[in-house]
Each structure stands twice: as structure tokens, then as C-alpha cells.
Write a protein that binds this ligand. Structure first.
Ligand SMILES: [Zn+2]
Length: 513
């Protein structure tokens, strides 16, 4: 209730500040505030007003569409409970480019395609260029922020990048600020704090004191509006998304504390307060060693396109009870179950178990279905599945592990009655992609209840003779209870089978209840 009240106040205050503005109408109707409303690139603006006097801080992400960490972390930071001033966040400024994962504004004229070179700059350009820059600049001017933070990513670590001749050094993993702004103390603290997260000396952050490049948004805020502004760059090559979003959050948490907008470290806050009671389902997607990056991206695109779901990529470092309690469901995709288990470590595995035990949902797909099984010394043992495997001597071939059945293929799958209730709009029989997923049967492990079969394989993939007849009519998808939580283990890959993609979001909804 408290939170709802604060949000209402925020809307009223903002509405009065920018009355006669196009945004005004939208706020009063209680709709989302949009930049570029009605345009193909329209994108949400989130205003978090503390109701207390204090600075206005703007945080922007996704100005370059191939730099997803800025967009993802801004979308997390917008939930931070602030104690003073007003936090205005536009997580996905260049939304069309983010969708296409490209740096530039799609279909823009060649001299206007880099959005972060389209802002005014003394003696270079009096006015912003291009539709997005114009609307964004108008909005920034009206907001009159005291601070502006623009979240970006470079392709290489500035500290160790050796560019080929004629090429500029990438600005990855840097804080770009203007030393004339006398903000060294704050920047030094952000710098020390973020470098505390980085162990490899070749990946450490550097400070670039020369200031943001002219005609960038941050430079325009400094040079034209006389505001404090900086660019926070992570590096998108060689490190997964959770590493990069954590770095952005770390720097922003230090900065907002220095500014007095927050009074505690909020770097591990990624969802709204009381997220598990919100209408949206908050999904933690495991994105770390052992999980296939391609698989993770497929699942991420799929689930985040559902309006009732919010997806956050997490890694093993994030796996603490405190962090996971922000989520309804955790998802482990394809890759290697044993490697995912190694990455989690014994403590991490115990955290995942207790998360489910206390009511969290778990979805495991292929590698993730091996991970949750009851079979291996390293597995989570949260669903009572035995896995068909073992090493056999194959004549003329040598010793082979029986879980391996060759490259990706399509097999027949049939939903059970229970499966049909969960995956309602999928036809009862279908062909589904299969890539060495677990072939399961009851393990009957002490303390684990029997699972319910949601689908059976009705054909099989065989690579070696001893596998013949061992897959057909076995469970393709099972569901089990573990404490107060639910687990769905999916052996094949509906997420990458045309027409079956929706099964994953339906599974997420099923374990959320
Ligand atoms: Zn950028």
C-alpha cells in the first residue's frame, strides 16, 4: 500500500511539472509514460519520485542497441527505493536497435545513424538531429536533471585492448567523465567499488577523465545544460550479461549514495519491492558457465516477450537466498548439467534447493533437466528422476556414454491429460527438437514424491544398439513437488521448435502457482 501511494504522488507531481506536455495526458490516465508515443520506436520512461526534496537524476540505457547490459541494468535500477529527489529512467532508448541487436538507429540516414552523436554541442551543432535525439533532448531539457548517467558497453577492455592500426581503442570498462566537473571524489569511489568486483587485471576499469565525446548525450548535458553527467561503460565481449549488469548496478549504487538519493547499497536489488506479490512473474534465468549462451538468449527473448513476465539473467555469484528471493521462478536451460552444477558449487546448489523448498518454481530444459534430477552425485535432487546412462563397450566403436544420442533431431512427443491442461494450446502430438536430453524413469529417492508425467516421447533417437527401445514411451516432460515449490523438467527443446515455443512460458506459469 505504501508503495502504491508513493507512486500516485509521483505521478501527480510529475504531471504538474510538465503540464501542457504531451506526456501529461498519459500520466493522468495512469498509463506508462512513453518517449516517442505512437512512433515505432516508442519507449517507456519510468519516474520514481521519492516525494522528498532532492536532486533529479536521469539514468539512460540502450542508446546503442548492441549494448544490452545498459538497458538491462537501467531496467533493474528503476526499482530502487529512493529516499530523496526524483529518479527518471529510460532503460531502452533505442528500442528498435536493441531488438535487432545493432549499434545504430535502424533505417536512419547514414550521418544520423549513431544516436549518441546526434546531440547539440557548442560550435558543432546547435540542435539535436533525428527524431529520437530530438524527443529525448526535449525531455532531458524539461526534466532539468542535476545528474545524468548514460549506461553503455564497449567491445573490448580499454585497459588491455590493442587495436589494429588505424583503429581507435575501445572504451570498454571505463568511467568517462569530465575532470573539470570536480566530481573526482565520487568517481574514484565508483571506480574502486566496481574494480573490487574484477579479479583479472586485464579486465579492470579505467577512468577516462577527458569527458564524453562531443555530440554525445552526456557531453550535451555537460556542455549545453551545465549538468553533471558521465558515461559508464562495461565490456560486452568475453563476459556474460550478469557480470556486466552487476558492474553497472555497483557503480550506480555508489553514485546514488554519494548523491544522497539512496542510503544503502542497492546493487543487488533487481526487481520491485514485493516482486513476488506483483502481477508479473519475475524469472531468474541462469546465464553462466555450463549453460549454452545461444540457449539462454533463445529463452530470454521468448520469456521477456511475454507481457506477464520479467526476465533477469543471473550467474552463480547472484545465487544467494537474499538475491533469489526477488524471483518467482528460476530457469536452467540447455548446455551441460554437470558443468552448471560445478559452476553453482555446493553452496549455490543448496541455495537453489532451499529456494524451491520454500515455494520457488524451477524449470530445467535438457541440461537443466539433468541438473534437477535425483540421479547424479552432483544433481540437485529436487525431482525424482533416474537418468538412463552408463558407459558401454560398443563393438568397433569403443566405450561410449549412453546418454549421448547424436546431433539434434526431431522426435515425436505426446502430451498426457495433465500436460494438456498445462500446455493447453499445443497440439497433443507434435514433433519436438531433441538433443541428448535425459531419458528418465522413477528414482524412488527417499523423501522425494513421485513426479507427474506431462508428456511422453513416442519415437526415439538411437546412436548405439544398446539404446534401442530405451527412449520410446519414456517421459519427455515431468513435473514434481519439492517442499512448497514445483519443478518442471523438460528433456527436449520446445523453445527452439517452431510452434512449441509457448510451452516454456506455460511451464513457467505452472510452477509459479
Ligand atoms: Zn555505446
Amino acid at each position: 500500500m505504501v508503495k502504491i501511494r508513493i507512486r500516485l504522488i509521483a505521478s501527480v507531481i510529475l504531471a504538474s511539472v510538465i503540464a501542457h506536455d504531451a506526456f501529461c495526458e498519459e500520466i493522468q490516465q495512469g498509463k506508462r509514460l512513453l518517449l516517442g508515443s505512437g512512433k515505432p520506436w516508442e519507449t517507456p520512461i519510468y519516474v520514481n519520485d521519492s516525494g522528498h526534496e532532492g536532486p533529479t537524476v536521469m539514468v539512460l540505457g540502450g542508446i546503442h542497441g548492441n549494448e544490452p547490459a545498459g538497458a538491462a541494468s537501467a531496467d533493474q535500477i528503476r526499482h530502487w527505493p529512493i529516499i530523496s529527489g526524483k529518479l527518471v529512467v529510460i532503460p531502452r532508448v533505442n528500442r528498435a536497435a536493441l531488438r535487432e541487436k545493432i549499434r545504430y538507429v535502424p533505417e536512419a540516414a547514414s550521418d544520423e545513424r549513431d544516436l549518441n552523436r546526434n546531440f547539440p554541442s557548442p560550435s558543432i551543432a546547435d540542435n539535436p538531429r533525428g527524431e529520437i535525439a530530438k524527443e529525448l533532448w526535449d525531455f532531458v531539457v524539461k526534466q532539468d536533471p542535476d545528474w545524468l548517467f548514460d549506461l553503455h558497453e564497449g567491445y573490448q577492455f580499454n585497459i588491455s585492448h590493442q587495436p589494429s592500426e588505424g583503429k581507435a581503442k575501445s572504451v570498454g570498462s571505463t568511467i568517462i567523465f569530465d575532470q573539470e566537473q570536480k566530481i573526482d571524489r565520487m568517481v574514484e569511489r565508483m571506480f574502486a567499488s566496481v574494480n573490487g568486483l574484477v579479479t583479472d587485471p586485464k579486465r579492470k576499469f579505467l577512468l577516462l577523465k577527458r569527458g564524453p565525446i562531443k555530440t554525445s548525450l552526456a557531453a550535451a548535458a555537460i556542455d549545453v545544460l551545465g549538468k553533471k553527467a558521465m558515461i559508464l561503460e562495461t565490456t560486452h565481449q568475453y563476459q556474460r550479461l550478469p557480470v556486466r549488469t552487476r558492474q553497472h548496478r555497483e557503480m550506480m549504487s555508489v553514485a546514488l549514495r554519494e548523491i544522497g538519493m539512496i542510503d544503502q547499497d542497492l546493487s543487488d536489488v533487481v526487481t520491485p519491492e514485493d516482486s513476488i506479490r506483483s502481477e508479473q512473474i519475475h524469472v531468474a534465468l541462469f546465464d553462466d558457465t555450463g549453460g549454452s549462451s545461444r540457449g539462454v538468449n533463445t529463452l530470454s527473448n521468448l520469456l521477456s516477450s511475454r507481457t506477464d513476465m520479467v526476465v533477469c539473467h543471473i550467474d552463480a555469484k547472484d545465487v544467494s537466498r537474499h538475491f533469489l528471493d526477488q524471483f518467482d521462478v528460476i530457469v536452467f536451460g540447455g548446455g551441460s548439467g554437470s558443468s552448471q552444477a560445478r559452476t553453482l558449487g555446493e553452496d549455490g546448489k543448496e541455495v537453489v534447493r532451499s529456494f524451491i523448498q520454500d515455494g520457488g518454481g524451477y524449470i530445467g530444459i535438457c541440461g537443466g533437466a539433468y541438473l534437477c534430477s535425483a540421479f547424479y552425485p552432483w544433481s540437485l535432487k529436487v525431482v525424482d528422476t533416474h537418468v538412463f546412462t552408463g558407459v558401454r563397450e560398443i563393438k568397433g566403436v569403443g566405450r561410449k556414454a549412453m546418454y549421448l544420442r547424436g546431433p539434434t533431431t526431431e522426435v515425436k512427443m505426446e502430451l498426457t491429460d495433465h500436460g494438456q491442461r498445462i500446455f493447453g494450446n499445443v497440439s497433443q502430438e507434435s514433433l519436438v527438437k531433441f538433443h541428448n536430453g535425459p531419458i528418465v524413469s522413477p528414482m524412488q529417492l527417499d523423501g522425494l514424491p513421485a513426479y507427474t508425467v506431462l508428456a511422453h516421447f513416442r519415437s526415439e533417437q538411437v546412436l548405439y544398439p544398446p539404446q534401442e527401445g530405451t527412449m520410446i514411451d519414456t517421459p519427455a516432460i515431468v513435473m514434481g513437488e519439492f517442499g512448497a515449490g514445483s519443478v518442471i523438467a523438460i528433456s527436449p527443446h520446445p523453445e527452439s521448435t517452431e510452434g512449441l515455443e509457448e510451452m516454456i512460458s506455460q511451464a513457467v506459469r505452472a510452477v509459479k502457482d
